[in-house]
Design a protein around this ligand. Structure first.
Ligand SMILES: [Zn+2]
Ligand SMILES: [Zn+2]
Length: 306
């Protein structure tokens, strides 16, 4: 299984357009040792020819152009075989609307996530200009399903299981409908040829037995690295909401995810990094602590093979 990180930042990216925090101002000025990052998306492939996107960010066009593996090979073609959504947050699904140029797409999402995107959304019509423009495969929690190639439906060599992890409904849907375990899932993706397994949990509000189930036994774990501390935004004067209010498990501190992940044997990579996170500084003490725990920080363009 091959992986390519297309984008590694949380919603808003790094730097964020309306943010002048220490990190954003520093990376703009070039005074901070840090790399800018687009919003979270990862491409996964078993054969290096057909790719599945884990989330599709508002920066998808730039991300496709940044990686030759996603370039068309004919006058009308795309190596993108499917798009997986782990929740309905806009930074995870808004890119669908940017892929509206009359190309057949396959979306993999739970019913709750699909309905959150499609219902009452007049812009969705741009993806319904012909039958099968966007075909949905419904993810049933806990049920393994093969990821298929769009032309002919041959097996891609990857199988997917979605499991419910602590999270919440997207902000814009909070007042519409009741919360569901389908609102936020983690992915287990297994390569049927090599048996290697990826656990992909880019949004996790905290520990749960299912988090253990996904992470245990995986060869590689991508994990929510949004915030270093609970009160990162509050302390920076950027808002009143704590990490927990936004359903993100902080990385640092006694009860942080770094402590949890440090005891896991798999290759571990943090992704979905918010622009306020001090981990973004390449030479900061937080990054040194992360490295000491054997955990990597994703950056745009990171490639790995399982
Ligand atoms: Zn997000
Ligand atoms: Zn910022």
């Amino acid at each position: 299984m091959r992986l390519r990180v297309l984008g590694s930042a949380a919603g808003g990216g790094f730097p964020q357009w309306n943010c002048g925090c220490l990190n954003c101002a520093g990376v703009r000025a070039g005074s901070l040792r840090a790399a800018s990052r687009t919003q979270e998306s990862v491409a996964v492939s078993a054969d290096g020819q057909h790719w599945f996107l884990l989330n599709v960010s508002p920066e998808v066009r730039q991300q496709i152009e940044s990686f030759e593996g996603l370039w068309p090979q004919r006058a009308r073609h795309s190596p993108i075989a499917g798009i997986l959504l782990n929740n309905g947050d806009l930074d995870h699904c808004l890119g669908l609307l940017s892929l509206r140029e009359s190309h057949p797409l396959v979306g993999y999402a739970t019913e709750a996530v699909r309905r959150g995107f499609t219902e009452g959304n007049v812009l969705y019509k741009t993806l319904q200009r012909f039958p099968e423009q966007l075909r949905w495969e419904t993810l049933v929690l806990g049920r393994e399903m093969p990821l298929l190639l769009p032309d002919g439906g041959a097996e891609s060599g990857l199988v997917l299981t979605a499991l419910p992890v602590p999270g919440k409904r997207p902000l814009h849907l909070e007042t519409l409908g009741a919360p569901s375990p389908e609102d936020n899932v983690g992915f287990r993706i297994r390569d049927t040829r090599t048996g290697k397994t990826l656990a992909y949990l880019s949004a996790v509000a905290g520990w749960s037995p299912v988090v253990d189930e996904l992470v245990g036994g995986a060869d590689c774990v991508f994990f929510d690295g949004t915030f270093w501390t609970s009160d990162e935004l509050v302390n920076a004067g950027l808002g009143t909401r704590r990490a927990e209010d936004m359903a993100h498990w902080p990385v640092g501190g006694v009860g942080g995810s770094m402590k949890y992940l440090s005891e896991i044997r798999a290759r571990r990579v943090l992704i979905h990094i918010n622009n306020t996170n001090p981990l973004l500084r390449d030479d900061g003490p937080e990054r040194a602590e992360l490295s000491k725990a054997g955990i990597e920080l994703a950056h745009d363009g990171l490639e790995l093979e399982l």
